[in-house]
Write a protein that binds this ligand. Sequence first.
Ligand SMILES: [Zn+2]
Length: 264
Amino acid sequence: MDICNVIVTGKSGAGKQPRIDVLKDLFNLKQLSTGDLFRSCIKAFNELGIEKDITEYAEKTILDDEEAMKILHGADFKEVEKDELLLGLRSKWYSYQGLFVPDDITNSVFKHYFLQGNACMFVLDGYPRTKSQCRFLLDLCSEMKTSISFLLLVENDDERIISRTIGRRICPVCKTVYHIDYKPPLNGKFCYNDGAEVVLRADDMEEKIRRRLNEYYEKTIESLEFLMENNIPIAKVTGHLEDFSEENVKKSVLDSLEKIGLTV
Ligand SMILES: [Zn+2]
């Protein structure tokens, strides 16, 4: 069977990345993660070296193309870079204030990078997250004459996600991720690479995890319903495996694809 694009979705901490890795291998796909896309356009903007506190600008200024271009005034860049820089400016403006990035900006950021790869052979991670993003994606695919071949839903239990995530530790120096049970740091506390004391990320605190889970329920359920109504096959895979070997992870993906009639 010919595969075009695939979506992987699931709660944060459900075990998506190992499944994404399997799909990349099986179908020769490239990963497109929303988090990376935002970082990428913000980095492009930062490299302009405009030393201004952009949070001082009004939202209206940020959203208006002509006004936003005035902020870039005097910086040295090529015309082809303009779109990415404006997206970087906008993404930065919202994220630096801890504001939720509006759907239309998320859509534009996604579109920019998706079209650079001709809108095909991607595994989408972290997008689409809302019903309006789903609609945008399907419209974009039909415009580009590409498609979404299926969605892989990684299912995992809330309490298990919470206990797994709060055990995670990161090295503040080299950013290596450890886990107090599954990949313990040296003496339970220190990074093997540089001896730095590992820390719990703010994002991995229980309260934050619960907030992300609630957000997941609010938005994802209706997104999945919308995709099903539009005939996108949904394959379900259990995130948790007693034996989390590479072989078992691969088998879990293949089994779930078989259930939707897809044999690889
Ligand atoms: Zn380290």
